[in-house]
Design a protein around this ligand. Sequence first.
Ligand code: FE
Length: 340
Amino acid sequence: MKLNKVMLLVAGSLASCFIQTSSLFAAEVNVYSARQEELIKPLLDKFTAETGIKVNLITGNADELITRINSEGRNSPADLLITTDVGRLARAKQQGAIQAVESETLTSVIPAHLRDPAGVWYGLTVRARPIMYVEGKVDPAELSTMEALTDPKWKGKICVRSSSNIYNQSHVAAMIANDGAEAAESWAKGLVANFARPPQGGDRDQIRAAAAGVCDIALANTYYLGAMLADPKEQAQAAKIKVFWPNQDGHGVHINVAGAGVATFAPNKTNAVKLLEYMVQPEAQRWYAEVNHEYPIRTDVAISSILEGFGTFKADDLALEQLGELNAEAIRVLDRSGWR
Ligand code: FE
């Protein structure tokens, strides 16, 4: 009798053990990502291997994913939204697609100016938007600040993409925050006057155009040049382009983040936070930043050798949250400046 009771207890605890194990395997997190699958999937696979939490990945255009989360509403399976540029993260917040989460790991690892003060979005990697110039055509001693690119000596020499793009909007938002709306508008007008051609293509196309002799200066995010330097097909063109870090005696170069936020109706909120916390661990940071040619969000992780080649720089420590708040004003400034 007694022995039977013990056996039952053992059987019972084995059963509960089994249930716990099977629920562990059933654990999952649904990621809506605006990043290309190959630039994130291996990291998610490692997360699954280490935690047992299965990751279901949906990739797509950032604005479409935000709209999708909102139209799915309470029934949305989305747990985590991953996207680039604080302008988009702020838009996701304003539209109610992502919610505040608390995590000591995230607040201790991610510098305060690179995350939402309310904890709605968190920066995961950093990109800068410096001046890129054709070596041999531009003497870097002639360059100084982003503001100085309005000098008539650069007439017909500058390539930059359309103002409908979020990168330019966030850049101008930073200028409004630093110099005021009036100064930002006269800068934009002066820059337009120096355009080599009407804006066309993406950031990478501006670098290609500079390498091809269309312009001497291109404005583009650092990771595009990094990716071109790592691509055997584009290496030779990219090698003609050098990075100049503007505003080093002042507020520093404009930076932005790629980041993430937990979806408002996340069915697996705890797992979404676990994944966010995993993404800021040193090893994950090194891998994720390196494959994306971005700077890690934490300063104790080494940067890639390609980025090392760009040299060190002083980054603007403006609270990125302000760029989201100033986005609408930035669009108005860009419209008035004639930057199409
Ligand atoms: Fe981009």
